[in-house]
Ligand binder design. Structure first.
Ligand SMILES: Nc1nc2c(c(=O)[nH]1)N[C@H]1C(S)=C(S)[C@@H](COP(=O)(O)O)O[C@H]1N2
Ligand SMILES: [Mo]
Length: 393
């Protein structure tokens, strides 16, 4: 497992020069870009957001590897809950030796762990106005796995459920079995998501109380949130109040009604099968951020994330795929990668720029007509290749 902390320690073993170079490229001093270059605006600028999601990333302004806390996008389905930070405690219960409550000070006595992780909303790129639901930060906290294990997990445990302090009305449309004897009803429920016990024990997960070295801000889940670096934003439960180790499968509304991908899947005999799948693990993706020019030399910049990225390729119009150079984030297992490609002598007029990430497992970010994207009838998990349009003067 690579965290910011362990990778730096590993680098120390490799010798001072490498450390100095990498530390420089990862430091705020490394300006991503060329001095004095000018951005050529894309023709396809996103319209005003249709939902109250604050701080959507403005891709053309992207210039620092970590997104600052006050510019990081925020999503809350039931608003930001009011939490009294002096009396707040985390409850741990269910299939463990003994239920217990923890103050933030209790948690801070455990070893601190940091992870650099690009957190993306699973709805990002699902709408034309929603292209900036992503940010990259250094998250600090304690290992979730170590925390759970220290409580003594019982043998029959299969899942871990994470509850937030934020609550809201949920409509249950129809919960009947044979016959519709149980009609729709409403109930007030806290935001909650679960993972299997095995997924929860992934050493990458942390119970997080710090963001980019500062206390976790209110809108990002203060005082404590889950950071689950292999997952979309939805699994990263904010404002934690309770963790339950369970012997049953949890089916909260954010795992069964909302955040479900529906596909109209064609079977080999030509018939159609409707598939409903839970939105969970993040997917391989890339995005072109901006095109700049300096003294007539054009350059394309972008980012890639979602799964371990081996390389990024870019094509102009219907041309060949060209490999981009990765500038930043190489040594971060879960951080986004910043890349660039020099665009030699573009002709004047309109052009289309498409990027695709290639995973370390050889997987390629799907094209828009790949069936995994084309068969989708919902906007979640929109990791198809994104094309941006530009006019070169
Ligand atoms: N308790 C709680 N946690 C939550 C949510 C929420 O509404 N309530 N929204 C989720 C979603 S959909 C996303 S994309 C991320 C966003 O995290 P951020 O606001 O820190 O960017 O939080 C997730 N965690
Ligand atoms: Mo989200």
């Amino acid at each position: 497992m690579t965290t910011a902390y362990t990778s730096r320690r590993e680098l120390l073993k490799q010798g001072g020069a490498a450390v100095a170079v990498l530390a420089f490229f990862d430091s705020p001093l490394f300006a991503w870009g060329r001095e004095g270059e000018r951005t050529i605006p894309f023709l396809d600028q996103p319209p005003e957001p249709a939902l109250p999601i604050s701080n959507l990333l403005d891709w053309q302004q992207l210039d620092s590897y970590n997104t600052s806390n006050d510019r990081f996008f925020a999503v809350g389905h039931f608003g930001v809950p009011e939490i009294d930070r002096r009396s707040w405690q985390l409850e741990l219960g269910g299939r463990i030796d003994e239920p217990r409550s923890y103050t933030l000070e209790d948690l801070k006595t455990l070893p601190k762990k940091e992870v650099v992780f690009a957190l993306e909303c699973s709805g990002n790129s699902g709408f034309d106005w929603f292209q900036g639901g992503i940010g990259n930060a250094r998250w600090g906290g304690v290992s979730l796995g170590d925390f759970l294990r220290s409580a003594g997990i019982l043998d029959d445990a299969v899942e871990v459920v994470f509850y937030g302090a934020d609550k809201g009305k949920t409509t249950f449309p129809y919960i009947g079995g044979l016959g519709d004897d149980m009609g729709a009803f409403e109930a007030e429920m806290p935001f909650a998501r679960s993972m299997t016990l095995k997924e929860a024990l992934d050493p990458a997960n942390i119970l997080c109380y710090e963001m980019n070295g500062a206390p976790l801000p209110a809108e990002h889940g203060s005082p404590l949130r889950l950071i689950a670096p292999r997952w979309y934003g939805i699994a990263n439960v904010k404002w934690l109040t309770r963790i339950e180790v369970s012997d049953a499968h949890f089916l909260g509304p954010f795992m069964s009604q909302r955040y479900v991908t529906v596909r109209e899947h064609e079977l080999s005999d030509g018939s159609t099968e409707w598939r409903r799948e839970l939105v969970g693990k993040s997917r391989l993706k890339s995005m072109t951020a901006k095109v700049t020019v300096k003294d007539g030399a054009y350059r394309i910049y972008g980012a890639a994330w979602g799964e371990p990225v081996a390389r990024v390729e870019v094509r102009i119009d219907e041309g060949p795929w060209m490999e981009a150079a990765i500038d930043q984030g190489k040594e971060q297992e879960f951080g986004w990668k910043f890349w660039h490609l020099d665009w030699r002598s573009p002709s004047s007029g309109e052009h289309r720029i498409t990027s695709r990430a290639v995973g370390t497992d050889g997987k390629v970010q799907p094209s828009m007509d790949d069936r995994i994207i084309a068969e989708k009838r919902t906007y979640w998990e929109s990791n198809g290749q994104i094309t941006r349009e530009i006019r070169i003067p």
